[in-house]
Design a protein around this ligand. Structure first.
Ligand code: NAG
Ligand code: NAG
Ligand code: NAG
Ligand code: NAG
Length: 577
């Protein structure tokens, strides 16, 4: 059992003055729709997802359960109606789905995928363990809640995948850092490194230990020091996170606007050069590259007490908000949205427009399964960074390092900064809500939920509207160009591998292109995909969110993560601290 850090501050008495019950209902309904529409019990999975987007979806479910479990009592106290659903029923339903997914997850396949794919798995099961901890507390007894029986299984999966992924750390190129994908030429990208930092510090915090040596029965050999047991709070996780952070900060991956670009190639490798320097940057901006690191920064601060981590995190959040075109000082968009004519968009600002977070692929409807997942990831990690209890529990080291007075001051300052992000979050949630269709499904492109854009009246060709980097080196939405020597050593044939074909053929014939981007051809044909929303032709044709892949489990997950962020942070201002 994990030795818990003592809460050094009385846990903020969450005395909610007036919770926004409608928002809570919207959160529940986003979760229900996601699971009703996109989860299939018989295979314990979201069949239309891919391995990594499923892992992220599972993480959202666990996060939502944590929130519901934590807040259901206070919500119940503020509702008079007897018609409220049974929260226990909601919680146990979705917890069962997560157990189903434990078996439905292709743990064998993911071992042969990229290192970032493995790390989403780690974060997902650690999130589920946090829910179990939370629920056990709500149940009044850590020992009694039946869900605890699953902790060893989930911890084992997290530990195995952390170890597999940690083999991606490489000293030969760029002085360190994680490699993205062992089957491509070395590419050191932001996401894999942020994930390694976030997953490592989260292992340090939430991994409760493991004594299951499978699948290496020679475990004693494998990890001699631990004699086949993996203890909690192993300093190796903390060290890995710190080393990763130090490397990422010095890598030059951040651009002049304070945002993480995608990553570095090493030039000349395919021509036999012995260059080992990260010297060819892919400047493409994706929202998720600005998000995952926030979990790392919070965790590293809680562990070390070094204020730099918190400062870096808040600066990144401010730079992201700025890049959506939002003025934090005046708490409004920099552009006057009321002046827009139908079909007209405010200008692109780097990661959005009109104060709304947007992916570069949104405007053309060309987002892949990957691109559809990114904004939700940002929201999930932002929630972890800023939730109103995020700094209630600190390590003894942190208290010693800062002293009680300064630790309290750091905590208050952190919460104060987080509170200032709420109006921006509300603005984004309002936009996302406007993309809901009659089945309660959310669209990908939140912006058009607030700005009157219908097809085909969308004005693409006004100056400043299209992201300048649209399509440029956008391997996440267009697939890795397998005929390009910057990326691959051996040019791959067009078709997917036989093994992939077999696996994916299960879900074919549903008017839906199976997507494993790494084997996809670089043909950018996502635009041709037909909407599967089942709406009338008229509505579908005019709805920008019916283009491309349309509404999917990934877009639903994005909205769920956003609503949870707003619900969680909107406790600021209602909290007595
Ligand atoms: C809910 O109401 C009960 C009974 O009045 C009270 O004991 C409890 O503290 C309240 N819980 C919250 C979270 O407000
Ligand atoms: C949105 O624009 C369409 C024309 O493109 C117009 O018919 C409709 O009334 C507008 N809706 C609002 C709420 O302004
Ligand atoms: C190959 O990929 C690199 C990096 O994404 C890009 O800069 C370059 O233009 C591509 N080359 C070709 C021929 O498409
Ligand atoms: C890949 O597809 C293109 C266009 O369909 C074709 O011209 C080319 O020969 C194919 N390459 C291989 C290696 O099969």
């Amino acid at each position: 059992m994990l030795v818990r850090w003592v809460a050094v501050f009385a846990s903020a008495a969450i005395a909610i003055a007036a919770p926004d019950i409608t928002l809570f209902e919207d959160l529940l309904s986003a979760l229900t729709v996601m699971q009703d529409a996109y989860f299939a019990n018989w295979i314990g999975s979201w069949p239309e997802g891919n391995d990594w987007t499923r892992a992220v979806t599972g993480t959202y479910v666990a996060g939502a359960l944590k929130t519901i479990s934590q807040d259901m009592e206070s919500v119940r106290n503020y509702t008079t109606t007897q018609l409220w659903p049974s929260y226990e029923n909601i919680l146990s339903r979705h917890f069962e789905e997560l157990i189903g997914y434990y078996f439905g997850q292709d743990a064998f396949g993911i071992r042969n995928e990229a290192y970032d794919d493995m790390l989403w798995v780690v974060l997902g099961w650690l999130e589920t363990i946090q829910y179990i901890d939370q629920q056990s507390e709500e149940s009044g007894s850590i020992k009694e809640w039946h869900g605890r029986r699953w902790v060893p299984a989930f911890a084992h999966r997290a530990r195995v995948f952390w170890e597999l992924a940690s083999r991606g750390w490489d000293q030969k190129y760029c002085g360190g850092g994680m490699i993205w994908n062992p089957r491509l030429l070395p590419y050191k990208n932001a996401i894999t490194n942020e994930l390694f930092i976030a997953a490592s510090i989260s292992m340090y915090h939430y991994f409760p230990g493991d004594d299951n040596p499978s699948p290496w029965n020679q475990a004693v050999e494998f990890d001699r020091d631990n004699r086949g047991k993996w203890p909690p709070r192993d300093p190796k996780f903390w060290n890995a996170a710190q080393t990763g952070y130090k490397w990422l900060q010095s890598s030059g991956m951040m651009n002049n606007e304070g945002l993480y670009t995608d990553g570095f190639h090493i030039s000349g490798i395919s021509e036999g050069s012995d260059n080992t320097k990260c010297d060819k940057r892919d400047d493409m901006l994706y929202t998720y590259n600005q998000g995952v690191i926030l979990t790392g920064q919070l965790g590293l601060f809680k562990t070390t007490g070094d204020l730099k981590y918190l400062e870096d995190g808040h600066k990144l959040v401010r730079d992201v908000i700025k890049a959506t075109g939002w003025d934090l000082r005046r708490q409004q968009p920099v552009d006057d949205l009321s002046k827009l004519k139908p079909g007209q968009l405010p200008p692109w600002q780097g990661l959005g427009r009109g104060g709304i977070l947007e992916e570069a692929c949104d405007i053309s409807g060309e987002c892949s399964q990957d691109g559809q997942t990114f904004k939700g990831i940002w929201m999930h990690h932002f929630t972890a960074f800023c939730e109103p209890k995020s700094l209630d529990v600190l390590s003894p080291r942190t208290i010693e390092h800062l002293g009680h007075y300064n630790a309290r001051k750091a905590r208050a300052s952190h919460y104060g900064k987080c509170e200032r992000y709420v109006p921006w979050l509300r603005h984004n949630a309002k936009a996302a809500m406007g993309t809901r269709d009659s089945h309660g499904k959310y669209g990908m492109w939140w912006t058009v939920g607030l700005i009157n854009i219908t097809m085909p009246n969308l004005v693409f060709d006004a100056p400043g509207i299209l992201p300048p980097d649209l399509g440029k080196d956008d391997y996440r939405n267009r697939g890795v160009p397998m005929n390009n020597r910057t990326w691959v050593g051996i040019i791959m044939p067009n078709s997917t591998t036989e093994e992939e074909e077999t696996r994916l053929s299960l879900f074919r014939g549903q008017g839906h292109r199976p997507q494993r981007f790494i084997y996809d051809r670089y043909d950018g044909d996502t635009r041709a995909l037909k909407s599967r929303d089942g709406l009338s032709d008229e509505t579908t044709r005019s709805d920008p969110n019916s283009r491309g892949r349309g509404r999917t489990g990934e877009t639903q997950g994005g909205a769920l993560a956003l609503l949870r962020a707003l619900w969680t942070l909107s406790k600021y201002g209602r909290v007595d601290t």
